[in-house]
Design a protein around this ligand. Structure first.
Ligand code: DNO
Length: 351
């Protein structure tokens, strides 16, 4: 297992120098942030990023994300250009030594929460998704600002995209995903870069838009679309785990045994009765997931891919990017590292 940490580039208040001080830190997870979705990333900007990361003494192995242009998800004729750009990005990143690319195939919105600073009983704040609040939100009306939502859309553009998606149901989205994979996976294989799709967060349709990377049956279907290890998963325990229908330990065990998990996002989530959820500290008793059992499954299957602690709460007065402060994610990294060390000592290095 290779511990990694997401870093949002030079504007991230969390400095590379601080990340490096977390014991066990191996690789940074980052991206080129100043290029519009769908465009090519120049070799120059990739190499600049690599240099910054390596100067801080950490590896530059994982990209999260190379975003997929909506025209690809919508299956529009203009997808041809964006797919060529995507292939070029894979080639460029491989030249810079990148091993894994994370991406998602969620229409319009990435991860969605209804509140970013919910105060927990211990005084920390966390990201939450309350079903009742979501049902009252309408992205086409009012001021809606969601994390992961590309704020560069004007209201009119958003209305236009929603109109286009009215002709895309789940099966059409599957078809568009298959088309994309059949184009890019051969390039990823030639370049020895593993593609790792991120599941939909939350794993169910929102605002009437389809979502398909949501459960075990669909992950099986996804992996068979192109049955090649370069077509793999970012297994996000919190995203899939916010659906009580997902048996996370069983799924981690199954897909890591198949060698199809290239990147793990590990975090905990507390499920509430009505299908709502709150993000919690990584420590198992704080949420609904058994983090030790998840790590045991990875260890048993000799997982040697990348893993990053995912969203943290805001603690100790830290302010910054919701979910992506330093302190709670660093606690998560050490908790996970501690579990792994204990597994190696008690069960042997071979898993
Ligand atoms: C949220 C992240 C996601 C992820 C993308 C991958 O915190 O895990 O935004 O980066 O879905 O493309």
């Amino acid at each position: 297992m290779k511990i990694s940490f997401r870093w949002y580039g030079k504007d991230d208040p969390v400095k590379l120098e601080y990340i490096r001080q977390i014991p066990s830190m191996y690789s940074i997870v980052t991206a080129v942030y100043d290029v519009p979705v769908g465009e090519k990333w120049s070799m120059e900007s990739i190499l600049k990023l690599k240099e910054q990361v390596e100067n801080a003494g950490i590896k530059f192995d994982v990209i999260e994300s190379v975003p997929v242009h909506e025209d690809i998800k919508l299956g529009l004729p203009t997808r041809a250009l964006y797919i060529e750009n995507y292939k070029e990005n894979i080639r460029h990143l491989s030249k810079a030594g990148v091993k894994v690319i994370c991406y998602n195939f969620m229409p319009v919105f990435d991860w969605t929460r209804t509140q970013l600073d919910k105060a927990l009983p211990d005084g920390s704040t966390a990201l939450v998704y309350y079903k009742e609040q979501l049902e009252k939100m309408d992205p086409l009306k009012g001021e809606l600002s969601l994390p992961g939502w590309d704020a560069s859309y004007t209201k009119d553009q958003l209305a236009d995209i929603f109109e286009k998606y009215s002709r895309v149901d789940e099966e059409t989205l599957w078809g568009n995903l298959e088309y994309f994979l059949k184009e890019i996976i051969p390039v990823a294989e030639q370049c020895d870069v593993k593609m790792a799709i991120h599941p939909d967060d939350p794993p169910w349709p929102i605002f009437g838009l389809p979502r398909i990377i949501t459960n075990e049956k669909n992950l099986d279907r996804f992996l068979k679309l192109v049955d090649n290890k370069y077509n793999g998963l970012t297994f996000c325990t919190g995203s899939l785990g916010s659906g009580s229908f997902n048996d996370i330990v069983k799924m981690v065990d199954k897909y890591s045994a198949q060698g199809r998990i290239h990147f793990m996002h590990v975090r905990n989530v507390k499920l509430l009765e009505d299908g709502s959820f709150e993000e919690s500290a990584h420590y198992s008793p704080c949420g609904s997931l058994d983090i030790v059992a998840i790590m045991e499954a990875l260890h048993k299957n000799k997982y040697d891919g990348y893993l990053r602690p995912d969203h943290g709460r805001m603690i100790w007065g830290e302010t910054g990017r919701p979910g992506y402060g330093l302190y709670d994610r660093a606690l998560g990294a050490m908790y996970i590292t501690g579990i792994w060390e204990a597994l190696e000592k008690t069960k042997g290095k071979e898993g």
